[in-house]
Design a protein around this ligand. Structure first.
Ligand code: GDP
Length: 291
């Protein structure tokens, strides 16, 4: 289910997060490691400005490890602490308490100096739909508790999930809206499945993906579909369609009359990309962000 984000929803989502911020010490901003910039909410800096924040690059298992390292450097250069995780399998998750503690070191030290016993750090997860908020909450809880409602305005009684002795997490995440006004971000969001591709045209999304893959992961692409003589870049849409056509032919995506079924080929490509069958891939680099 994709939510249509109208101005009223955004205002309500923003207000709900502001309410939750009063209860917590630290924000975990969840991003998709394959598209760290495109999966960021455009107003997250402003909305969470009152609390320290840890940027979590989730789905790191699907992303290019070198690119994830680049992105971590980039966020650190922006003054943001960052950590890569895979909420599905749990890697990187157990370090969350110590990462949060590092961010709050001064505050904790003050409590100790006053003779107080530091209480568990309270955290809130925020992010756009589909970045893995519920998966992370469930993983930290050790059971299925998070409702994957993805609707601003739908709230239930909030509870704290205790993780180890040092971290507590609010069981309802802060749901933020994705970027709307940047068409390239839209393609990246659709490519990873963060927004439904029917918002955009499926074959256009596939062509966008092919352009990125040919330029950065050409050999993985050739190998998966047995493509020969793949160019090092695709100058235009026509060139991308040709590659899609080759994939369709190789995979038997043919309609009556012997023509390639582009939609079927596009669906196959996107499914392979999202499930990691094409290998670990990142669809944007920090350099592109600064353009
Ligand atoms: P939410 O809308 O932010 O709560 O996202 P969900 O927790 O529902 O996750 C969306 C999809 O991403 C689900 O199919 C999850 O299984 C998948 N997912 C979440 N985290 C990871 C991860 O770290 N790695 C992989 N491969 N998939 C993940």
């Amino acid at each position: 289910m994709t939510i249509q984000w109208f101005p009223g929803h955004m205002t309500r989502a923003k207000r709900q997060i502001e309410e939750k911020l009063k209860l917590i010490d630290v924000v975990f901003e969840l991003l998709d490691a394959r598209i760290p910039q495109s999966s960021r909410n455009p107003m997250v800096d402003e909305i969470t400005s009152t609390k320290p924040r840890l940027v979590l690059l989730n789905k790191a298992d699907l992303a290019d490890a070198d690119q994830t390292a680049e992105w971590s450097r980039y966020f650190r250069s922006q003054g943001l602490a960052t950590h890569a995780i895979d909420a599905n399998a749990g890697s990187g998750v157990k370090e969350l308490a110590s990462k949060a503690k590092e961010l709050l070191q001064e505050k904790i030290q003050k409590q100790i100096d006053k003779g107080m016993k530091p209480r568990p750090i309270r955290a809130l997860i925020v992010g756009i739909p589909n970045v893995g908020k519920s998966t992370l909450i469930n993983r930290l809880a050790g059971r299925n508790i998070a409702v994957t409602g993805d609707r601003p305005g739908v709230t239930k009684g909030q509870q704290w999930i205790r993780f180890g002795g040092e971290l507590e997490l609010l069981d309802t995440p802060g749901i933020l809206w994705p970027k709307f006004d940047d068409p390239v971000a839209g393609f990246r969001l659709a490519a990873t499945g963060a927004i439904k591709e029917d918002v955009l045209h499926l074959d256009e999304v596939a062509c966008f993906v092919l352009k990125v893959l040919v330029e950065n992961y050409g050999s993985a692409l050739s190998e998966r579909y047995g493509l020969e003589g793949l160019p090092s870049e695709l100058p235009d849409m026509q060139a991308a369609i040709q590659v899609l056509e080759s994939i369709g032919k190789r995979r038997g995506c043919i309609v009556s009359g012997g023509h390639v079924d582009y939609e079927k080929a596009a669906t196959l490509l996107l499914r392979d990309l999202r499930s990691g069958k094409l290998g670990r891939m990142t669809l944007e680099s920090p350099e592109e962000t600064n353009k």
